[in-house]
Design a protein around this ligand. Structure first.
Ligand SMILES: Nc1ncnc2c1ncn2[C@@H]1O[C@H](COP(=O)(O)OP(=O)(O)OP(=O)(O)O)[C@@H](O)[C@H]1O
Ligand SMILES: [Mg+2]
Length: 341
């Protein structure tokens, strides 16, 4: 007889081989409806657009038809709800080079996005040298952890309206972190997946320097909407920037690059706020962006204030009157527009 119970019984014969169990036991059958001669349900898959899903869908249809005959079967593949399923965009702030200001740009960009009424999270993917706790003055905070559905989950720290998480909240900030590659990627996965992020428009990811395991893990395992590449105007920086950009563009990853941010683009003395000294040339950043074929999203000056504010836990973009804030607002707006256009 065609009813819900019997359909579920039959679906227990459909095995999902990658996980070695049947689709009912694996909780992959959702919203089952059985009516007259019709069967309808959602098949919950890790990735909704994996071409291999069809094999499983067809297998399920065949198994049901064998038992119930010519019934009307409708199976909709839906993506598994994860900690990140209510996060609209993941944006990676990256550079091939260390110390160019990735973390500074990530923190101030997060604040500028929040000012533009976006819901924002900032995750510190620099497992080896975390900087988010200090930049947000939250070194002494510890994320709350509890159990949900038998799994340990964390709550992000909230500051200036931004949800933050960093490995730095769990380790001694003054001790260098020595991890083997797999440990570092598993730490990143925990920060991403075992956290109650809730609804976010943007998850800004502060990347470690280079093009290593962490970068690959993020690019391959997560649905990254785009990358912001940070550079300084020195010519020696460009080779590294190019390498980072190439990684994202690579065929297997195909992550769009929102554009380039030229940090430390010019110097403005505090007593002459209208002067701009382009020590490394005025068009250097633009030239880099042109060579990469991406937009130059903005130029950030080198000023003591940026470093001071970073150290004090109050990113400069919180100060509505600072010209630096206007630069970050412009970058945030360009990214928002890009994603809506
Ligand atoms: N525009 C700027 N003006 C002045 N100081 C800056 C500027 N941008 C960054 N800094 C300072 O330079 C240092 C390095 O910046 P930051 O930590 O953001 O770089 P990073 O690329 O994230 O480094 P890492 O590769 O170590 O992660 C910090 O002390 C920061 O305060
Ligand atoms: Mg950094």
């Amino acid at each position: 007889m065609l009813n819900k119970e019997n359909v579920l019984e039959v679906l227990k014969d459909v095995i999902y081989f990658p996980k070695g169990d049947n689709i009912v036991a694996l909780n992959m059958v959702d919203n089952l409806m059985v009516k007259d001669d019709a069967i309808r349900f959602d098949l919950v898959m890790e990735h909704a657009n994996d071409p291999k899903n069809d094999i499983l869908v067809n297998g399920a249809k065949r198994t049901l038809t064998e038992v119930f005959g010519e019934v009307n079967i409708e199976i909709k593949v839906v993506e598994e709800k994860t900690a990140l399923s209510k996060v609209k965009h993941i944006i990676a702030v990256a550079s091939g080079k260390g110390g160019v200001g990735k973390s500074t740009v990530a923190a101030n960009l997060a604040i500028a996005l929040a000012r533009a009424n976006q819901r924002v999270g900032l995750i510190d993917a620099d497992i080896y040298g975390p900087s988010v706790p200090m930049m947000f003055g939250t070194e002494n905070e510890r994320p709350a952890a509890f159990e949900k559905d038998g799994k340990a989950v964390m709550m992000p720290i909230e500051k200036y309206g931004i949800k933050l998480l960093s490995i730095g909240y769990f380790v001694d900030a003054n001790r260098p972190l020595i991890w083997r590659g797999p440990m570092a990627t598993s730490a990143l996965n925990q920060l991403m997946n075992d956290t109650l992020w809730g609804e976010l428009d943007w998850m800004v990811v502060d990347m470690p320097p280079g093009t290593g395991d962490i970068q690959l893990t993020l690019a391959q395992q997560y649905n990254v909407s785009g990358a912001v590449i940070v550079t300084t105007p020195q010519k020696v920086a460009f080779a590294d920037v190019l390498r980072a950009a190439m990684m994202f563009k690579e065929e297997a990853l195909q992550i769009p690059i929102y554009g380039l941010v030229e940090n430390m683009a010019y110097f403005t003395p505090s007593d002459m706020p209208d002067k701009k000294y382009y020590i490394f040339g005025k068009e250097t950043g633009k030239g880099f962006a042109d060579q990469l074929g991406v937009p130059l999203l903005g130029q950030i000056p080198i000023t003591e204030k940026i470093a001071e504010c970073g150290d004090a836990g109050t990113p400069l973009a919180l100060d509505a009157d600072s010209p630096v804030t206007k630069a970050f607002d412009k970058i945030a707006q360009a990214i928002i527009n890009k994603d809506n256009g």
